[in-house]
Ligand binder design. Structure first.
Ligand code: SF4
Ligand code: SF4
Ligand code: SF4
Length: 167
């Protein structure tokens, strides 16, 4: 039996009722504790995938530069009480693919599936065209690995609304 729910095609393509977050913080950041950030840049320096930068003196992630592996280096090297300290293995975001995605334009591409470490993107056949992607929302950690590899920039992180997924 299929145990994982798939986002409806409309929600997947359009983001549905979900919103693009204004700023994605490193995993484990306690939003209420962000005021304790001094902008020292330790998280920027130690992120192995180089996705952390300081914007307005606070750490944000840019998945166009790469993925978050949830390695915890940013939290481990932060000298201030900005992180919760609890292990984190997923964001409150999931991937969403826009209608500009190549297969929906009739061009074959499965780069996002190949990059996804959790198998959260599957492709289904469509009569008369290339296979098209579907997101398995429950399997998506929001790591962002699918974002940088998309040749047309069709993938974005959106606020997870796991109640909105449909079987
Ligand atoms: S958990 Fe690791 S990969 Fe993710 S932002 Fe922090 S240092 Fe970078
Ligand atoms: S954000 Fe990460 S887990 Fe989610 S679909 Fe993209 S690569 Fe897979
Ligand atoms: S990598 Fe981009 S264009 Fe290719 S299938 Fe995935 S979302 Fe579509």
């Amino acid at each position: 039996m299929e145990r994982q729910a798939a986002v409806s095609r409309r929600d997947f393509l359009r983001g549905g009722r979900r919103d693009t977050p204004a700023a994605i913080r490193p995993p484990g950041v306690d939003a209420a504790a962000l005021a304790a950030c001094t902008g020292c840049g330790a998280c920027v320096e130690h992120c192995p995938t180089h996705i952390v930068s300081l914007v307005d003196g606070l750490p944000v992630l840019d998945f166009r530069a790469g993925e978050c592996t949830f390695c915890g280096a940013c939290a481990a090297h932060c000298p201030e009480p900005v992180f919760t300290g609890a292990p984190v293995d997923r964001f409150d975001y999931v991937a969403a693919i826009a209608a500009s995605c190549l297969p929906f334009q009739g061009v074959d591409c499965q780069a996002c599936r190949d990059a996804c470490p959790t198998g959260a993107i599957r492709f289904r056949p469509v009569r008369g065209g290339p296979f098209v992607p579907e997101l398995i929302a429950e399997a998506c950690t929001g790591c962002g690995a699918c974002i940088a590899v998309c040749p047309v920039g069709a993938v974005a992180a959106v606020t997870a609304n796991r109640e909105a997924v449909h079987a």
